[in-house]
Design a protein around this ligand. Structure first.
Ligand SMILES: O=C(O)C(=O)C[C@]1(C(=O)O)C=C[C@@H](O)C=C1
Length: 254
């Protein structure tokens, strides 16, 4: 584990994030999938179809061993006694007492309340299962990327143990945040991910040129608006990753 290898991981996740946003943007908003579910007998569940679909899908994946890997954290907790998957002895580079740190609740509400309205056009085509399946894909990769902040923090801690230790002991969140922040790196990440949205999200023809920048200000020529992807990283992905890093560090000496 080094700063280079963890950054490589984050960079590769960008590809998956952009593609999963492109997939979700194919469908209209499909509002009924997010409303409380009505049962036949007139009762109303507190959960939406999207939530039920994600719970059930995660339960299957949990049984299949997905969450044996500490890189994956479910949105709902499952008590699964055994897994169907072939056994594998996962080792973790994380500090055991800080492994639990995650911001899945914040990712969940950011995704449904802020991001989705920017991503999906108005309308209802009834493809609810395919739509919420694409929501699940987005949520899983966003969760993996953002909660990977634990690994980034571990690398940073090991790289400057003395400074981090004294700030952790003083519980100085602001100083920890400042120490782990690299504005230059954040700028590189945001500009790169916007460019990926431009390149991955255009219609490819056999002879035409490949666009590398946005020519019209609305970004509507692309399958997902590159400025929405920039905003996603600027306002949510990077700040939440940093929140994970700080929380992890605060438990690094437990
Ligand atoms: O690459 C790092 O050093 C990170 O901590 C990751 C990350 C990011 O989320 O991309 C977060 C904080 C830093 O300011 C820069 C980038």
């Amino acid at each position: 584990l080094s700063l280079d290898t963890v950054r490589e991981f984050l960079t590769r996740e960008e590809d998956t994030i952009v593609f999963s946003l492109i997939e979700r943007a194919r469908y209209p908003i499909n509002r009924p999938a997010y409303d409380p579910v009505h049962l036949g007998d007139g009762r109303r569940l507190n959960a939406s179809f999207a939530e039920l679909f994600i719970r059930e899908s995660e339960a299957v994946q949990s049984k299949a061993g997905r969450y044996q890997s500490l890189q994956e954290i479910p949105f709902f907790a499952y008590r699964v006694p055994f897994t169907l998957a072939p056994p594998y002895n996962f080792t973790s580079e994380l500090y055991p007492a800080a492994t639990f740190v995650n911001v899945n609740d914040a990712i969940w509400s950011m995704y449904f309340n802020e991001l989705l309205p920017l991503l999906a056009k108005t309308g209802d085509d009834g493809n609810y299962a395919a739509t919420v399946d694409s929501d699940l894909a987005c949520l899983q990769v966003l969760s993996r990327r953002i909660n990977y902040g634990r690994y980034v923090a571990e690398v940073k801690f090991r790289g400057d143990q003395q400074t981090y230790t004294s700030l952790i002991q003083a519980k100085d969140r602001d100083a920890l945040m400042k120490l782990l922040t690299s504005e230059a790196q954040e700028d590189v990440v945001k500009r790169r991910v916007e460019k990926k949205a431009i390149v991955f999200g255009q219609s490819i023809t056999s002879d035409g040129p490949i666009e590398t920048s946005v020519n019209n200000s609305s970004g509507t020529d692309f399958k997902v608006n590159p400025s929405v992807v920039y905003k996603l990283y600027d306002q949510w992905v990077i700040p939440l990753t940093k929140q994970v890093e700080v929380e992890y560090l605060l438990h690094r000496l437990d």
